[in-house]
Design a protein around this ligand. Structure first.
Ligand SMILES: [Zn+2]
Length: 402
C-alpha cells in the first residue's frame, strides 16, 4: 500500500477537531501570505477557522481560499498540505460498520464527528442481534448520517429468541430508512461451531424479507460462497442490491453474483489477501458495483507506519478480550477475524487493544485505488455514487436529503 505522505509528528493521528483547524490556519496563512508561516495572522477568516469547530465552516472557507489562491497554492503546497486537502475534498460512504458495537458505543459520537471531518458523509451501521437493534435505531434517530441496518448475524443465531423474526420485521416496518444486515453464512473457525443448517434457514429468511421489502441486505460470507450463490440463485434476483461486505471471494464468482444484484464492498481485510489475487478480483468487478467500508471497530487496515492510522485505544481485561474474540467481532474473513484478536497472519501488526476508526476508510481507499490503478479521487467518487444509489430505496434518508 502506498503510505500517505509523512505529515510530521505533531499532525499525525488527528484529522479532525482543533488539530485540523490548526492545520487549516497554517494552510490559509501560508497561502494568503506565502512568505510567512505566522499562524497568528490578523486575517479574519484564518482566525475564524482557528476558533471554529464546524467542519462545514472549515470546508466553505477553505473552498473560497482554494478558488482565490489556486495559483499560489499550487506553487507553494507541500505533500503535507496535499494530504490534508485530499482528505477534506474527498467524499466517502462507509457502506458497512458497527458503530453501535459495545466496544466503541460510548465514543461513537466522537468517532462520527472525527470521520465526518475527514469527508465520510454516511455510515451504514449494521446491527448483529436482537440485543443491539435498538442501539442502531437510537443512533439513526440521533444522526442523519447514519443509515440503519437490522439483521441477525450468523455468529449470534444461538442467542435468538423464538420471536426474533417478528421483532426484526417490526424494526424494519417502524424504520423505513433501514436496510437489512448484517446477515450471512460462516464456515470459518467460529462459524464451524454453529449449526450450518440453522444458519442457512435464518439467512434465507432474512434475504427473502429484504427482497420483499425492496431493501438492500448486507451479507457476511466466510468460506461459504458456493452455498451463498446457490441461495441467492434460488431466492433472487435482488434488484434492491446485496452488499457482499469485506468480499474475499474469487474473481470467477463475481459476474454471476453481480447479475443477481451483488455489490462488492472492501475493508482493511482486503490487505490480508494476496495482492495479485486481490487485484484480479477487483478488476473483475463492474465499476458500478464496488463499495468501500471500514467494518469498524474491526478490520483495522494494515499500514506501513502504524501511526498513520487513527486508532481507538481501549483498556480491557483479559476476560473481555476473550469475550470480544468470540462474540463481538463479527468480521467477514476467517483469517482476518482471527487476526483481529490473535494477530497471526500479519493483517495488522498493531496491538490488539487498538480498534478500527471509521476515518481509516481513507487507507482502504488508497490501497484499493492503487490495486485498481485509479486515483483515490476517482475511486472515492465512483464508490460514493454507488453507495448513494444502493441506499436510495423508498423511505431511505438519502432520498429525503435529495
Ligand atoms: Zn460487519
Amino acid at each position: 500500500m502506498p503510505p500517505p505522505p509523512d505529515v510530521g509528528p505533531s499532525r499525525r493521528n488527528n484529522l479532525g477537531g482543533l488539530e485540523l483547524a490548526t492545520d487549516l490556519t497554517y494552510i490559509v496563512a501560508t497561502v494568503a501570505s506565502p512568505t510567512t508561516l505566522d499562524t497568528n495572522t490578523n486575517n479574519s477568516s484564518a482566525r475564524l477557522i482557528a476558533s471554529g469547530k464546524s467542519a462545514a465552516i472549515h470546508k466553505d472557507l477553505f473552498s473560497i481560499y482554494i478558488k482565490n489562491w489556486r495559483e499560489n497554492l499550487l506553487k507553494t503546497i507541500s505533500s503535507e498540505l496535499v494530504y490534508h486537502l485530499t482528505h477534506i475534498m474527498i467524499k466517502l460512504f462507509d457502506s458497512h460498520c458497527h458503530l453501535q458495537d459495545p466496544r466503541i458505543f460510548n465514543v461513537a459520537p466522537k468517532l462520527i464527528r472525527e470521520a465526518i471531518d475527514t469527508g465520510v458523509i454516511h455510515f451504514a451501521v449494521n446491527g448483529v442481534s436482537e440485543k443491539d437493534w435498538h442501539l442502531v435505531k437510537e443512533m439513526s434517530d440521533s444522526y442523519p448520517c447514519v443509515v440503519p441496518n437490522f439483521g441477525l448475524h450468523p455468529w449470534f443465531i444461538s442467542d435468538r429468541t423464538g420471536n426474533w423474526l417478528n421483532t426484526l420485521k417490526k424494526f424494519l416496518e417502524a424504520t423505513p430508512s433501514a436496510a437489512v444486515g448484517e446477515i450471512g453464512l460462516d464456515k470459518g473457525s467460529i462459524g464451524r461451531q454453529i449449526d450450518f443448517t440453522a444458519q442457512v434457514e435464518i439467512f434465507r429468511e432474512q434475504l427473502q424479507l429484504a427482497k420483499k421489502l425492496k431493501r438492500p441486505a448486507s451479507v457476511h460470507c466466510v468460506r461459504a460462497f458456493g452455498d451463498l450463490l446457490e441461495i441467492m440463485k434460488s431466492t433472487g434476483p435482488f434488484p434492491a442490491g446485496v452488499v457482499l461486505h469485506s468480499y474475499m471471494g474469487s474473481a470467477e464468482m463475481v459476474p454471476e453474483l453481480s447479475r443477481l444484484g451483488a455489490y462488492f464492498s472492501f475493508s482493511g481485510f482486503l490487505m490480508s489477501m494476496k495482492e495479485s489475487k486481490a487485484k484480479k478480483m477487483l478488476k473483475s468487478i463492474p465499476p458500478e458495483k464496488i463499495l468501500l467500508e471500514t467494518d469498524a471497530p474491526d478490520a483495522l487496515p494494515k499500514a506501513s507506519k502504524s501511526d498513520s492510522l487513527i486508532l481507538i485505544e481501549r483498556k480491557v481485561s483479559v476476560a473481555e478480550e476473550l469475550l470480544d474474540c468470540g462474540e463481538n467481532s463479527p468480521s467477514n474473513n476467517d483469517n482476518a477475524a482471527d487476526n483481529t484478536c490473535h494477530d497471526e497472519s500479519g493483517a495488522s501488526e498493531l496491538p490488539e487493544v487498538n480498534l478500527n476508526h471509521p476515518a481509516n476508510i481513507h487507507h482502504v481507499l488508497a490501497y484499493t485505488a492503487n490495486l485498481l490503478e485509479m486515483s483515490k479521487e476517482q475511486l472515492a467518487d465512483v464508490t460514493y455514487r454507488n453507495a448513494v444509489r444502493l441506499f436510495s430505496y423508498e423511505g431511505s434518508k438519502l432520498l429525503q436529503e435529495a
